[in-house]
Write a protein that binds this ligand. Structure first.
Ligand SMILES: Cc1cc2nc3c(=O)[nH]c(=O)nc-3n(C[C@H](O)[C@H](O)[C@H](O)COP(=O)(O)OP(=O)(O)OC[C@H]3O[C@@H](n4cnc5c(N)ncnc54)[C@H](O)[C@@H]3O)c2cc1C
Length: 399
């Protein structure tokens, strides 16, 4: 493939929170390199980032995810309007749930995160509109958690990257192109012709598998459907409530300021092929899922669905992202199935890898896109989908 353009040193494909963070960190450290950021829609953000309510719970049963979340929060708190440290509360409604919270409390403290077991009364005082204290047997408060404004952070990263010379291009990538030696030399687009690049990073979220159709190693990123709702507008409180999770019931709620939001994993997992955006068609079963979830909210709050949507995000078999060089595709890197909660830390980690810095070997192995080599792709997809209802349990993504 011939091109008269000077090849980019690095082409980041996908300008959601992950790709934009990558453009930002890469341009910070590589001022002489040509870096481009390509997305089929720079405005609006059509991927998952544009729809994430932005819960950030740093503690995770996976030490790798806890580390990435902590690194991420450290970064987000420096971005104007990027992060609100409202705290987060997990609630148990049974003895088993209370025992689990106790274990999470112990592990979070051991990891050095501020965590506190509080009484149901105290929890209800912190979020009176969202907690029925008579339901609660135990509550765990994470004071340094909060809510990220994913769109604000993404815009910040893009603007800063542009100011450092990153070129942002609107184009639909149709394939990765390799030279005669099998090394990547650019990407093909539907509208902007061939774009030459020495290194390509796929930060294409739920669409990541589409650009990797012919590799031997399974890349088990499974897009799933997920219901979320916004409630009616109300007068905003001076201090927003912490986010709330009912892990035993797979339900969570957030104070968005002028309205409340509610989401639930308490339904049969649904794999979803994404089209142009991360919003799928509404699934009628989700009406009941949200109705059940509303049962946890005090009736006097008057929370009813003003707007509902099916937002699509990625699951993987071990609930960890896939980040690193793609096996068998020299020069092609992946940064996918990354939550808002882990985006900045993950982007910084991948930058270090690309810059040849020494990185934590455990994280590198844990995130390696080649870690499923030799496994059966169909089984892996099944396992990834099955993890949806366990999202709050086994090293889940802690939405
Ligand atoms: C309803 C919902 C609730 C969520 N809640 C939370 C939460 O509370 N906390 C949390 O941490 N995470 C949450 N998530 C998950 C989080 O939103 C995602 O994990 C994260 O935004 C992924 O970011 P990304 O940059 O990898 O992908 P995306 O934001 O999806 O960006 C990928 C980009 O790639 C572009 N692209 C794809 N293919 C191509 C192509 N061929 N050519 C050009 N461009 C392409 C797309 O246009 C898109 O802009 C939620 C997600 C949803 C949908």
């Amino acid at each position: 493939m011939q091109s008269t353009q000077e090849p980019a040193d690095i082409a980041v494909i996908g300008a959601g929170i992950v790709g934009s963070a990558l453009a930002y960190y890469l341009s910070n450290n590589n001022k002489t390199k040509k870096i481009i950021l390509v997305d089929r829609s720079l405005t609006p953000l059509n991927g998952s980032t544009g729809h994430a309510p932005g819960f950030v719970g740093q503690y995770n049963d996976s030490a790798i995810l806890t580390r990435l979340a902590r690194d991420t929060v450290q970064e987000y708190t420096t971005i104007p309007g990027g992060f609100d440290t409202i705290g987060g509360i997990e609630l148990a409604t049974s003895q088993t749930g209370a025992e689990r919270l106790q274990r999470r409390y112990d592990s979070a403290r051991a990891a050095g995160l501020p965590a506190e077991l509080i009484s149901p009364e105290e929890a209800a005082r912190m979020a009176p509109a969202l907690i029925k204290k008579e339901d609660v047997t135990s509550a765990l408060y994470f004071a340094s958690d909060g809510a990220a404004s994913a769109t604000c952070i993404t815009r910040f990263y893009q603007d800063e990257a542009r100011a450092r010379g990153v070129e942002c291009i609107e184009a639909d990538i149709t394939g990765i192109h390799k030279d005669g030696n099998g090394r990547v030399d650019g990407v093909n687009t539907g509208t902007a012709g061939f774009i030459p690049a020495k290194t390509v990073i796929l930060a294409t979220g739920i669409w990541a598998p589409e650009l990797l159709p012919n590799i031997d190693t399974p890349i088990p990123i499974v897009p799933v459907a997920h219901p979320y709702m916004y409630g009616p507008y109300h007068d905003q409180k001076k201090v927003p409530s912490p986010w709330i999770r009912w892990p035993d019931h797979h339900v969570y709620a957030r104070d968005h300021g002028p309205f409340y939001g509610l989401g639930s994993y308490n339904h049969a997992p649904v794999a979803q092929e994404p089209k142009d955006t991360a919003i799928g068609e509404w699934i009628s079963e989700f009406d009941n899922t949200l109705k059940d979830a509303l049962g946890f909210i005090p009736p006097e709050t008057g929370l009813t669905p003003r707007e509902t949507f099916n937002g699509i995000f990625s699951m993987t078999p071990d609930n960890l992202p896939l980040v690193g060089e793609v096996p068998g595709l020299e020069g092609v890197y992946l940064a996918a199935a990354v939550w808002v909660t882990h985006a900045a830390g993950t982007a910084r980690f991948l930058c270090d890898v690309l810059e040849g810095k020494e990185v934590d070997g455990e994280i590198k192995r844990g995130l390696d896109p080649g870690r499923f080599a030799g496994r059966d792709g169909k089984t892996l997809r099944k396992v990834a989908l099955g993890g949806y209802n366990e999202i709050y349990r086994v090293g889940g993504a802690e939405l």
